[in-house]
Design a binder for this molecule. Structure first.
Ligand code: CU
Length: 167
């Protein structure tokens, strides 16, 4: 049994609920990873579903575990290496579809961690959607989680981010 399954067992009650939903969007399978201790960076991944007939958009995220929380994606730089960039317009969450935040793609970036994120810790993140408003999500830390099929391959510079951007 891998560590994610053990984590699931511990968090079974949470995962069993339709969980982090309001009248608009539904968030499932959230998890966070960090690349170091206090002052370092981390990232949050999840599946966002939009069962409504109205397009929505994730416009921001906030958490007290980091000095700054941003919406990031990966793009190929001139040298072909994937780099992270801030997505100021947010992530579209189309009607009757959704949006995946996953490794090597779109993600919520934690910059300047205010505490180390250890496996099994729960962190609270407040997502703000254009239509659905605020959705508070409890996110388990799972540093051992393997990437999903997509977003693998192609080296990228995630680990080379400046640990604590100045602002
Ligand atoms: Cu990032």
């Amino acid at each position: 049994m891998n560590s994610f399954k053990m984590l699931c067992a511990a968090a079974a009650v949470i995962f069993a609920l339709p969980a982090f939903a309001n009248d608009g969007v539904q968030v499932s399978d959230p998890y966070a990873r960090s690349m170091g201790g206090i002052g370092a960076s981390g990232a949050i991944f999840m599946q966002i579903a939009n069962p409504t007939d109205t397009d929505d958009r994730l416009v921001s995220a906030a958490s007290d575990v980091a000095d700054k929380v941003g919406l990031h994606t990966h793009v190929a730089g001139a040298d072909g290496v994937m780099q992270m960039v801030e997505v100021s317009e947010g992530f579209p969450v189309p009607a009757q579809q959704g949006h995946s935040l996953q490794r090597g793609g779109d993600h919520i970036m934690l910059m300047g961690l205010t505490r180390a994120l250890k496996d099994g810790d729960m962190i609270t993140v407040t997502l703000t959607f254009e239509k659905a408003g605020e959705v508070v999500v409890e996110v388990p830390v799972d540093n051992a989680r393997k990437p999903d099929a997509m977003g693998m391959g192609m080296g990228h510079k995630h680990g080379n981010m400046p640990a604590a951007p100045s602002n």
